[in-house]
Design a protein around this ligand. Sequence first.
Ligand SMILES: Nc1nc2c(ncn2[C@@H]2O[C@H](COP(=O)(O)OP(=O)(O)OP(=O)(O)O)[C@@H](O)[C@H]2O)c(=O)[nH]1
Ligand SMILES: [Mg+2]
Length: 233
Amino acid sequence: MRDPARVSLVIPALNEESSLPLVLDALPRPLIHEIIVVDNGSTDRTGDVARERGARVLREDRRGYGSACLTGIASVDDPDVVAFVDADFSDDPSELPLLLAPILEDRADLVIGSRMIGPREPGALLPQALFGNWLATRLIRWFWGVRFTDLGPFRAIRADRLRDLAMADRDFGWTVEMQVKAAQRGLRCAEVPVSYRRRVGKSKITGTISGTLRASHKILGTIFRAAASRTSR
Ligand SMILES: Nc1nc2c(ncn2[C@@H]2O[C@H](COP(=O)(O)OP(=O)(O)OP(=O)(O)O)[C@@H](O)[C@H]2O)c(=O)[nH]1
Ligand SMILES: [Mg+2]
């Protein structure tokens, strides 16, 4: 890994014109080689506000969180580390160094920012999200023996390891897919506490019943499929 390490940050964004500027303004810019905002078919000024603040903007019209992330990682400029943060300003982007440290110190390959062990604004994680995280991480621990407490979107991973994972999920299964594959392949996984607040702008997944059901179905399906392929081998 180079010193200083080259960090590419990918931000998936769908109609986040009000929150994205807050995210971009709070980032520790000197640590970041490039900021890639993937505009997932927004109908507002998401792309414009990102460009105005110096981010590289890619357009991906196929909807889905994973679609946006896949497009982002396909165009990174030779990084050592790839980091991800949501565009809704729920996470605190100034905490990025906490996520990078275990990788830069060669103690971890994948670092998840855990909202379960960090300070949380009341109501920032809804009960269904708390339960879903608990269940999903319990299952991962049970099947592969790796302890996570969250499937949080704020995360960092060594770029070479990310390539090896061959990520494929196009929507809500993206975060758990990365953790399951990392656990299966024996990557060094770590968590750091991150703070979490209520999002700016309108909730699209956990704040709606249909979003919650679709996400839960996808997340549990991803875990059980991976576990089944393990036992059938
Ligand atoms: N829901 C959704 N989000 C997308 C999509 N593409 C990109 N995103 C971005 O992905 C991030 C996560 O979406 P959120 O709507 O915050 O979902 P969440 O954090 O699970 O739940 P809430 O914050 O409660 O809505 C945000 O930055 C979105 O703008 C997509 O197709 N669907
Ligand atoms: Mg959110």
